[in-house]
Design a binder for this molecule. Structure first.
Ligand code: ATP
Length: 297
């Protein structure tokens, strides 16, 4: 699979403030790539650099395998901030203006309106749209000209749960059509639900990147407990195969490489060492746990 975007060692300073620190990762074609990080971690800055709104202090990147150019950016539809639509004009007329400014997409206005489920409301004035509809019109505008790659900054920001679900469904449909989607988000849940790949940023530094399943759920977590946690820990340490172990107030958390935790073996081993377990369960590591582990350290 070819990469749509390859970022190599990008750093960005705003005066004395370092917003990005030597960030490198690649976005494979056909992926829904989430750039995840708390507020101020550098997501918007990174997207701004890729879209030529900002200049990197150092580092390089390629778009569609080429050094970035106005030509390669024509294959990218962006939604970086809510566009300035005309309140008194209809959704359709706003898209006509957007297509005019963009210099492409005049012929697929109806198609993009259908894709974002606004075709029936295309003649209504923009000011009568709900927030979710406004956001979908913004996505329709990004889809003008049928770009292969879409870049969205916080696409569900400010929406209610219904609006959020609509945008998520829309992103999934676009991904099924084969579009590559790069989106910044501070919502773990969003990335977990729609993204195939993720890069996690914290204070401008890349913590990890890769396939969501591989990088985020790469361990089995076993929670065990017994009347004496000291003795339990001793016994669990004598059983090989774990990656690490952590004491909780009332239990022990033992991590194993994905797919290798064997509850029967653990149970048998503890029992043979005279420890009777009162808790033994396998938990999936959620993105949330991983995210907080990464960003709190
Ligand atoms: P958010 O989710 O809040 O939008 P973000 O992850 O997109 O955050 P950025 O907006 O890229 O992060 O900001 C990264 C850092 O750079 C922050 O410390 C921010 O204060 C700083 N920063 C961003 N833009 C500017 C600017 N124009 N001048 C000075 N500092 C800036």
């Amino acid at each position: 699979m070819n990469n749509i975007l390859d970022i190599n060692g990008i750093s960005k300073f705003y005066g004395p403030i370092q917003a990005l620190d030597n960030v490198s990762f690649s976005v494979p074609a056909g992926s829904v790539f989430g750039i995840l990080g708390p507020n101020g971690s550098g997501k918007t800055t990174l997207l701004g650099i890729v879209m030529d709104i900002l200049r990197a202090t150092s580092g390089t990147f390629t778009l569609l395998g080429q050094p970035p150019s106005a030509d390669s950016r024509k294959h990218i539809g962006t939604l970086l901030e809510t566009p300035n639509f005309y309140h008194y004009l209809s959704g359709e007329n706003n898209l006509r203006i957007a297509a005019e400014i963009k210099g492409s997409g005049k012929d697929n206005i109806n198609e993009v309106l259908q894709k974002v489920n606004l075709y029936d409301r295309r003649m209504s004035k923009f000011m009568t749209y709900s927030l979710g509809m406004k956001q979908r019109l913004a996505i329709a505008s990004a889809l003008l000209g049928n770009p292969d790659v879409l870049v969205f900054d916080e696409p569900t920001n400010g929406l209610d749960p219904v609006g959020i679900a609509e945008i998520r469904e829309l992103i999934k449909r676009l991904a099924e059509e084969g579009k590559t989607i790069i989106m910044a988000s501070h919502l773990l849940d969003e990335v977990e639900k729609v993204c195939t790949h993720v890069a996690i940023l914290k204070k401008g530094k890349l913590l990890l990147s890769g396939n969501v399943d591989e990088v985020l759920v790469n361990e089995d977590i076993v929670e065990v407990s017994a009347s004496s946690l000291d003795r339990l820990e001793e016994v669990m340490r004598s059983l090989n195969g774990h990656i690490n172990m952590k004491r909780n107030p009332h239990s022990l958390q033992v991590n194993y490489p994905l797919g290798t935790a064997n509850l029967e073996r653990i149970n048998q081993h503890c029992f043979s060492q005279g420890v009777v377990l009162n808790l033994l369960q396998l938990k999936k590591k959620s993105l949330e746990t991983k995210f907080f582990e990464l960003t709190n350290n």
